[in-house]
Design a protein around this ligand. Structure first.
Ligand code: NAI
Length: 286
């Protein structure tokens, strides 16, 4: 099989590279410096030259706060970029695996969301990602859209931020009134790769099992790393950000479960493994 990954230097792109068996497959890796997904002609030329069986679109504008003021770029990357890939995937009959977010929901009701629920994003990031989903559906037949949340892997993420902050501080304040499902990129990469081997095209939710607040997440990281630090729980009001975060952002992996393809582990189990596997970064930085 020929796999092409966009945003290959990002957290999820790196995890996918690890999951694909290199001896049986060809993998083509691109990031913005070699293929800018907003540039239709460039994307077309590269992809028509390779004709991959599967395209994983891991490229995105993921800085949620910056998107609030960088609206054009958010839509260019998260919507037009997705459309470019969808159009070309359709032209060469490739499968397209596209990733989206829990931020397509408002997070105002305390209900885990399934794929058929009404999306009502409140942020520019969420709106641009939802529009990207719509364009993928409109322009490509063999698509898988996987909405995920609270990702951590090889890159900048909450786990590494907490570990870094614990080096310089005796006390940390962490938001305790926003809930989600921390998701290891390894779990998501495995699930996405499995799904890409099927013909069950459509929209999916893919996050680790269980949920917690950012405060619970931080406490669990310090507990597992044996780091003795005081963590104070604060409210979202006390920790205002340019983009308002959804309060209850739980995705139910309903469609994966119905298909018998929900391989995600409980978030605590995945976090334990991540903290073991991320030792190299910890040795360099802690
Ligand atoms: N990080 C998170 O917590 C969450 C991420 N997601 C989604 O999961 C997917 C993967 O996210 P991450 O790996 O965490 O993101 P990331 O920020 O680690 O990586 C994104 C990659 O996209 C590349 N990129 C940006 N603009 C580009 C362009 N115009 N052309 C080509 N490449 C470009 C960046 O250079 C970067 O390597 C994205 O679709 C994101 O929206 C969804 C929910 C939560």
């Amino acid at each position: 099989m020929k796999y092409l990954i966009t945003g290959a230097n990002g957290q999820l792109g790196r995890a996918l590279q690890k999951e694909i068996n290199k001896s049986d497959n060809e993998i083509y890796l691109y990031d913005v410096d070699t293929m800018d997904i907003t540039d239709y002609e460039q994307v077309k030329n590269i992809i028509l030259d390779i004709i991959p069986d599967v395209i994983f679109n891991c490229a995105a504008h993921t800085n949620v706060d910056k998107c609030e003021e960088d609206i054009d770029n958010a839509y260019k990357i998260n919507a037009i970029g997705a459309q470019n890939l969808a159009m070309i995937a359709e032209h060469i009959d490739s499968k397209l695996v596209h990733f989206s977010t829990d931020y397509v929901f408002s997070g105002e009701d305390e209900i885990p969301r399934i794929e058929s629920d009404f999306a009502n994003p409140k942020t520019v990031y969420g709106k641009s990602k939802l529009y990207g989903e719509e364009l993928v559906k409109q322009f490509c037949s063999k698509y898988f859209i996987i909405r995920t949340a609270w990702l951590y892997g090889d890159g900048n993420n909450f786990v590494r931020t907490m570990l870094n902050l614990s080096k310089q501080n005796d006390k940390l304040t962490v938001v305790g009134d926003q809930f989600g499902s921390p998701t290891y990129t390894k779990d998501l990469a495995k699930a996405a790769l499995n799904l890409s081997k099927t013909k069950y095209y459509g929209l999916y939710h893919g996050t680790c099992q269980g949920n917690c607040s950012w405060y619970d997440f931080a406490c669990k990281i310090f507990e597992l790393m044996n780091i003795d630090i005081e963590v104070e729980k604060v409210t979202s009001e006390q920790f205002l950000r340019p983009a308002k975060r959804p309060a209850y952002s739980i995705l139910d992996n309903f469609m994966l479960r119905l298909r018998g393809l929900d391989t995600f582990r409980h978030w605590e189990e995945s976090l334990k493994e991540y903290l073991q596997e991320d030792r190299q970064w910890q040795n360099l930085n802690l």
